[in-house]
Design a protein around this ligand. Structure first.
Ligand SMILES: Nc1nc2c(ncn2[C@@H]2O[C@H](COP(=O)(O)OP(=O)(O)OP(=O)(O)O)[C@@H](O)[C@H]2O)c(=O)[nH]1
Ligand SMILES: [Mg+2]
Ligand SMILES: [Zn+2]
Length: 285
């Protein structure tokens, strides 16, 4: 039987098959090949055993998921405060892996943040303001995830599980009840799990903590500019053909930043990531 892995817990996988949801273990042979089945993997199950993993379209390490079409990055306006570098790093990883990035802005009842939707919509990335007092944003998020395999990711405490509960109250996901001191967030959601919804699947995932170091994917400096979609129309036009778009004269991307066509915060993130990518040694990859 073919199946889709919905979650894994202690070596037991929940697999959705045409005959319903079954529990299965993975064959030891995967471990020998360095392969671990993860939620989102398509597989073959035979009598409680996953015997084959089908090729992946893509996969992420944080959150640990495979075959994603869409990733909604949940960003709260406060507690935790938005981290645009983290957001841009994550968006770049999505672009690199051919996952459509989107942003859901939460806690707008506590604090406003018009800058984030403005910056990302200008870059061509959907940014939805979720306001549970008015119900605003919920229908837009549903449209973005319909028929897709979609992960909700972001900082711990940003409100991923809360948003999913508003999209689909029947999920009744656990959310944190106690207000937590900034930066001391404990994860409420502990495993990534796919839920069949809206003709596709949505995944609730454990959040990033503020102490996490961002090493989720290696993007070479040469490939970084193409992970910033709004740079596309300007690349190839710079004065120097080997322009890194970080500080060169005659750089069309820097000119676009100065002209207000590319957000400065996006270019700042690019420069930071470029400097980090320069330090990656070939043997680390
Ligand atoms: N006022 C307000 N509170 C919110 C909003 N969204 C989430 N919260 C609260 O923020 C806290 C954290 O929400 P969760 O949904 O548990 O956050 P999470 O992103 O799932 O966190 P982890 O599972 O730890 O990664 C809870 O107390 C929520 O009630 C919002 O839009 N407005
Ligand atoms: Mg959660
Ligand atoms: Zn340039």
């Amino acid at each position: 039987m073919n199946g889709l892995i919905l979650d894994s817990l202690g070596g037991i996988f929940t697999v959705e098959t045409e005959e319903g949801t079954v529990e299965a273990k993975a064959r030891g042979v995967f471990r020998n090949k360095g392969l671990t089945p993860v939620a989102g993997d398509r597989c073959v199950v035979e009598e409680g055993l996953i015997t084959e993993l089908l090729p992946r379209k893509n996969s992420l390490i944080r959150p640990l998921l495979a075959n994603l079409d869409v990733c909604v990055f949940v960003v709260s306006t406060t507690e935790p405060a938005p981290d645009m570098l983290l957001l841009d790093k994550f968006i770049a990883v999505c672009e690199y892996k051919d996952i459509a990035p989107c942003i859901a802005l939460t806690k707008v009842d506590l604090k406003e943040n018009p800058l984030i939707p403005e910056v990302y919509r200008r870059a061509g990335i959907p940014a939805v303001i979720c306001d549970y007092e008015t119900g605003g944003g919920i229908e837009e998020i549903k449209e973005l995830v319909r028929g897709k395999i979609c992960a909700f990711t972001g900082n711990t405490g940003a409100g991923k599980s809360t948003l999913l509960n508003h999209l689909a109250p029947q999920l009744s996901l656990e959310t944190s009840h106690i207000s937590r001191k900034l930066g001391r967030g404990r994860h409420t959601t502990r495993v990534s799990r796919l839920y069949p919804l809206f003709g596709g699947y949505v995944a609730d995932t454990p959040g990033f903590s503020t102490f996490d170091t961002m090493q989720y994917a290696v993007i070479h400096k040469e490939e970084l500019a193409m992970c910033f979609r709004e740079f596309d129309q300007f690349t190839g036009k710079c004065r120097f053909s080997d322009c890194t778009h970080t500080k060169e004269k005659g750089c069309e991307i820097i000119a676009a930043v100065e002209a207000g066509e590319i957000a400065k915060s996006r270019h700042d993130s690019y420069v930071t990531m470029f400097e980090e990518a320069k330090r990656i040694k070939d043997w680390e990859i």
